[in-house]
Design a protein around this ligand. Structure first.
Ligand code: URA
Ligand code: SF4
Length: 280
């Protein structure tokens, strides 16, 4: 689908995500640190100093919430995973799964990555993004963004592997997406990165293609909670969450010349979070 490829950009992105060097992708100017929005910022919620006061340099811990909030979010997530998802049979995909794949990472994450559905490795291990595409996602987070994989949150729209990794069907997405919405309500990330078309189209309720949607900010309107006890945030209306769609890492593995665009998308996310964009 891409035009004749610019291999210098391809190589640049491969290097940027896979070693540490920026060799050619367009590097966005460094934006002033954005203040954490009081209504949404994790730091504001917990009363701890906002992230923009932290020293520059490699960012290791990116969010700061109180210990009790951390425990509350972790247990709210575990209630859904252990109490519902692990035994879920709401759609036909339950029949073929080895393990359900709920999500991993920090309940205090400022950024949440949402993929499509587990593949072979994820189904075996019960952990999202641990195969080849997962390795590239990890490089995007660690070499690209300068974060630890453990400090973001990673999950999928669909929690059980579709046979032969086929695209999830609309009824399967419909059955499963409430789990994702509840994860988002508990973690309340400052930014969501939607990986590929199915995740983006589900979250934005659109049929537009990823090529049209990526690279620009959209808003995820957080659906109202159903008011059950596992929802730490109760049924208060949450403000929309900025959402950046980008290419799925599995697509980037097949079309490495598109890595430059993905890196530009990720830099927009870094700007929004006030993360330093290193130039060397
Ligand atoms: N692709 C996805 O969309 N999710 C995973 O967890 C792994 C591969
Ligand atoms: Fe339940 Fe989702 Fe698995 Fe379907 S894919 S069985 S809705 S957890």
């Amino acid at each position: 689908m891409s035009a004749p490829t610019d291999h210098s950009i391809a190589d640049a992105l491969r290097d940027r995500f896979e070693s540490d060097a920026i060799l050619g992708a367009r590097v966005l100017p460094i934006a002033p640190r954005q203040p954490v929005t009081p209504a949404r910022g994790a730091a504001a919620r917990s009363g701890t100093p906002a992230r923009q006061n932290a020293p520059a340099g490699p960012v290791r811990r990116i969010a700061s919430i109180s210990e009790s909030e951390h425990v509350a979010r972790s247990s709210a997530l575990a209630v859904i995973d252990d109490g519902e998802v692990k035994s879920c049979a709401k759609c036909g995909l339950h029949a073929g799964r080895t393990k359900t794949v709920f999500g991993v990472g920090s309940p205090a994450a400022r950024v949440m990555f949402v993929g499509e559905a587990p593949g072979f490795n994820e189904d075996q291990q019960g952990i999202p993004f641990v195969g080849e595409a997962g390795n590239l996602l990890t490089k995007m987070i660690e070499a690209g963004m300068g974060l630890n994989r453990d400090d973001v949150y990673i999950c999928n729209v669909i929690k059980c592997r579709p046979p032969n990794n086929r695209t999830p069907a609309p009824d399967e997405i419909h059955a499963c997406k409430d789990y994702l919405y509840r994860q988002i309500r508990i973690i309340r990330p400052e930014v969501i990165v939607a990986l590929g078309a199915p995740a983006t189209q589900t979250l934005l309720e659109t049929k537009l293609g990823i090529t049209k949607l990526r690279g620009q900010w959209h808003e995820f309107r957080v659906p109202a909670a159903r008011g059950d006890a596992s929802e730490a945030s109760g049924d208060e209306a949450l403000p929309p969450i900025p959402l950046m769609p980008t290419f799925h890492p599995a697509y980037l593995l097949r079309s490495p010349s598109e890595k430059g665009k993905a890196w530009e998308d990720i830099q927009q996310v870094m700007q929004r979070l006030g993360l330093p964009i290193r130039r060397t």
